[in-house]
Design a protein around this ligand. Structure first.
Ligand SMILES: Nc1ncnc2c1ncn2[C@H]1C[C@H](O)[C@@H](COP(=O)(O)OP(=O)(O)OP(=O)(O)O)O1
Ligand SMILES: [Mg+2]
Length: 184
């Protein structure tokens, strides 16, 4: 059964803002701020595990999201560890990681996981946007957005409405919406 209300558990306000903007009033979106433990492993496993932890923490239905930035020349690393790479290396350091490689292409991957409550199996919805890593351009208020270029513009340079029409998060939420409608 599709939930009437989604409780999005995240410690990241920018994510919450984008999810609200993309879902609009199609869903009743609640939110709780929790910084959940994230395991190592495949992207889907990390999201599913994060979802189980969130369901245990709030003792009810939850939606979580995990974002990865995958450099193709680096066999998809930093991937789920982008948060720590970004904190340690900054935008210049992330560009420098690719200095030895001609291929600057990257994928922004957004994985949502929904779970009905403790003990239930999480359902996964994933979106991927292809782009490339460039020296930072545009406002610096959202993580790696200034170094991820999509069709000539970085995410940071893009108009928010335009970004939310093509982003990895939009593509994943389209799948979530389709699932919610099919279960209704
Ligand atoms: N456009 C973007 N979309 C999502 N995350 C981004 C973006 N730009 C930068 N980031 C950052 C935020 C984090 O440092 C990292 C993603 O790590 P992740 O664990 O998914 O987020 P988080 O820890 O900030 O929130 P959460 O509490 O939902 O896990 O990438
Ligand atoms: Mg996190």
């Amino acid at each position: 059964m599709a939930p009437k209300m989604l409780n999005f558990i995240t410690g990241n306000e920018n994510k919450l803002t984008e999810v609200k903007a993309i879902l609009g009033d199609t869903v009743d979106l609640q939110s709780q701020s929790l910084d959940l433990v994230e395991i190592q492993g495949a992207i889907e496993e990390i999201a599913a595990d994060k979802c189980r932890r969130a369901a245990e923490a709030v003792k009810g239905p939850v939606l979580v999201e995990d974002t990865c930035l995958c450099f193709n020349a680096l066999k998809e690393l930093p991937g789920p560890y982008i948060k720590w790479f970004l904190e340690a290396l900054g935008h210049d350091g992330l560009n420098n990681l690719l200095a030895a490689y001609p291929d600057k292409s990257a994928q922004a991957v957004c994985t949502f996981a929904y779970c009905e409550g403790p003990g239930h199996k999480p359902v996964i919805f994933q979106g991927r946007t292809n782009g490339k890593i460039v020296p930072a351009r545009g406002p610096t208020n959202f993580g790696w957005d200034p170094i991820f270029e999509y069709q000539g513009q970085t995410y940071a340079e893009m108009d928010k409405v335009e970004k939310n029409k093509i982003s990895h998060r939009f593509l994943a939420l389209e799948k979530l919406k389709t699932w919610l409608q099919s279960e209704a």
